[in-house]
Write a protein that binds this ligand. Sequence first.
Ligand SMILES: [Zn+2]
Length: 458
Amino acid sequence: MKITFCGAAGTVTGSCHLVETNGLRVLLDCGLFQGSREVDDRNRSPFPFDPAELDFVLLSHAHLDHAGLLPRLVHDGFTGHILCTPPTADIAKLMLADSAHLQVEEAAYRARKAKRRGEAGTPPLYDMDDVLRCVDRFRPVGGYDIPTDLEKGLSCVFHDAGHILGSACIELRTPNGRLLYSGDLGNRHKPIVRDPSAPPRVDVVLVESTYGDRVHRSIEDSVAELRSAIHEVIPGGGNVLIPSFALERAQEVLYEIFLLWARGDLPQCRIYLDSPLATSTTRVFARFPEYFDAEGQTVFSKRPNPFEFPLLHYAQTTDESRQINAQLGGNVIIAGSGMCNGGRILHHLRHNLWNDAAGVVFVGYQAAGTLGRRIVEGANDVHLFGEEIAVRAKVWTVNGFSSHADQPILMDWIGKAMPRDLFLVHGESKAQAVLQSKIQSELGIVPRIPAWREAVAV
Ligand SMILES: [Zn+2]
């Protein structure tokens, strides 16, 4: 069996691994590199294989750092099937369409700037036509734990990764042994999704290591912080802004706010989900209740429920979004982007950040260089739409909503799989080094940390 690590090797983004065995070429994920400018070059560099010669793509979940280069793969000649769970297929379609829209918009912006310099602009990485041809290749599998035959004696099984709705760890059964790819492994006790399922015993494992050096705070503490922020800001006449990713985090925040309301533990307020992508994703969630955990299935079996309750409003159009700011206070506004580097949250920040009665609650990771990170780090003022805005609102950073396994969960999972060959992927070098030595000392396995585009035989 030969494995080539085409992405998320020494980094957290760009997940993509090629497995060649028994005359079959199978790609595990095909994700976007995200972050700085140099990673954009990676997104544009030719694949280290011929897409036309691939037989299958197995997709772990719908996040763009795992699925976001699929349209380019199809554009560059891939004609096989993309296998994934049914929720992943539906969510990935939304995410890829949104990504194409942003790519085209950014390319147009770059072209205008380049033209003024007398240069040609860079074309978009892909457009909506590429996305449409790509989603045509999607073939949802029957569900979790059901083997699907590929060709030449290979089969695959999708196990519940507990990371986001429909996310999977992918087991590849081959005549040359069994390989397990974790995709992104989830946290425990999260709303809606189930806990990650126990892995099977296998020969080879590729495991993510994002938080290989960390132990998360509990979700209960985070919900308590979110509750106290709402209780402090709303009665004082302010608005609560919650910058949120459209997929999973927005639905989880709605879920927890709904439970507060159902317990009579929410002040009188209006809840806005102000993100068309989050709204579409929420509709997909509502179609797959059988993928929820037991508590989620009970909560969603009735009305009202977290996606339909009297305080909740979905702001679809930009006009509806603007109308929210016509009201003086009393709103809890969940809007994208999660790191405040674009999206509708920006105009809410402009209307609220200067106001000491307002509050901003961060429920997700804020990467270096983003507006969210600057606010979290205590900036006195920020630039928004060419204006300097003072930061007077109260700021909460709530860390326990993470959708990734922390070190104890990773150790437990790896200890159950007990592979002969173990590779750490999807992590920064510091987290990987800490996890590597812990695995070595406690489990007696020597994990390898592959480099970008390194190929190994196992
Ligand atoms: Zn993910």
